[in-house]
Design a protein around this ligand. Structure first.
Ligand SMILES: NC(=O)C1=CN([C@@H]2O[C@H](COP(=O)(O)OP(=O)(O)OC[C@H]3O[C@@H](n4cnc5c(N)ncnc54)[C@H](O)[C@@H]3O)[C@@H](O)[C@H]2O)C=CC1
Ligand SMILES: O=C(O)[C@@H]1CCC=N1
Length: 275
């Protein structure tokens, strides 16, 4: 880890958060490169850490051992096809964080035979509380797996999945997941206000409750169902609220929502493969 050189193609939000996490965890900024045609993105990156920056993706590949593709999914085919010759020559480990771009599509655009780790991070990576699923293709060796894991751990939890199809489930669960919790926060906050609390009080109580519930669930040795039972006094307020949520079909709705997201992830991969 300490001697590896890492290059980011695409120096936007996700690159900035991973670079920030790496440097905060002790990784030397002088071993990090980033290339991006947008000089504003590069200026912002240099505010995060004094990394090497430029606009030439080929020069970046020549300088590093690991290339992280952090561009938008829609331009991945163009970027990958353009760097294919350099990747063939230098044989870096490729890590992609783009949603919906399969390792098979990427491998094809890069000319084949490429070691690829495909990751599905989520937006809390921006505050180093991310949750990432990782998948390695058959070309990735044990050292490269450990390197990829350490890089993504710089922005939160990083867990391997057994096969690439499981990344669609990861996308439905933790990739899109922050939005589900944000929706619950919006609804609770709105009703708190409707019941007479000020916007600020409703907001702060909602957010602190979300944080407290997550921290309790993470640190507790019992599961979420038991924690819920412990809040639920017999014939009390929680019992009434939970019954209304369950009678309204909350669990079934979550099942449908995650299934819909997983199917959409499958569709997106097919759409991007054709681009
Ligand atoms: N934003 C998030 O929280 C998450 C993002 N992702 C994935 O991360 C990837 C990056 O997302 P963001 O950082 O949010 O996007 P962003 O738009 O902030 O960054 C993308 C960067 O790529 C640069 N770029 C465009 N063309 C380029 C080229 N030819 N060569 C090099 N750089 C080029 C752009 O100038 C921009 O700075 C996406 O593929 C997205 O699917 C995945 C999970 C969560
Ligand atoms: O909504 C999306 O399609 C992407 C993938 C996971 C989070 N955002």
């Amino acid at each position: 880890m300490s001697t590896m050189r890492i290059g980011f193609i695409g120096g936007g939000n996700m690159a900035a958060s991973i670079i920030g996490g790496l440097v905060a965890s002790g990784f030397p900024a002088e071993q990090i490169w980033a290339s991006d045609p947008n000089t504003e993105s590069l200026d912002k990156l240099r505010e995060v850490a004094p990394v090497h920056t430029g606009s030439d993706n080929h020069a970046l590949i020549a300088a590093v051992d690991i290339v992280i593709l952090a561009v938008k999914p829609q331009i991945m085919k163009i970027v990958a096809s353009d760097i294919a010759a350099s990747v063939k020559e230098q044989q870096p480990l490729i890590i992609t964080i783009a949603a919906g771009v399969t390792s098979g599509s990427l491998n094809g655009w890069l000319g084949g035979n490429t070691a690829i780790v495909r990751c599905m991070p989520n937006t809390p990576a921006l505050v180093r509380s991310g949750a990432t699923g990782l998948f390695a293709n058959a070309k990735v060796n044990a050292t490269q797996r450990a390197q990829a894991e350490q890089i993504l751990q710089a922005v939160g939890l990083a867990l391997w999945v057994d096969n690439e199809a499981q990344l669609d489930a990861v996308t439905a669960l933790s990739g899109s997941g922050p939005a589900y919790f944000f929706l619950v926060m919006e609804a609770m906050q709105a009703k708190g206000m409707a019941m007479g609390l000020s916007p600020e009080v409703a907001k702060q109580l909602t957010l602190q409750t979300a944080l407290g519930a997550a921290q309790m669930a993470i640190s507790s040795d019992v599961d979420a169902a038991e924690l819920r039972r412990r809040v639920t006094s017999p014939k009390g307020t929680t019992e009434r609220a939970i019954k209304l949520l369950q009678d309204g079909g909350l669990e079934g709705l979550f099942s449908q929502a995650l299934e819909g997201a997983r199917l959409r992830a499958e569709e997106l991969a097919l759409e991007l493969d054709g681009e």
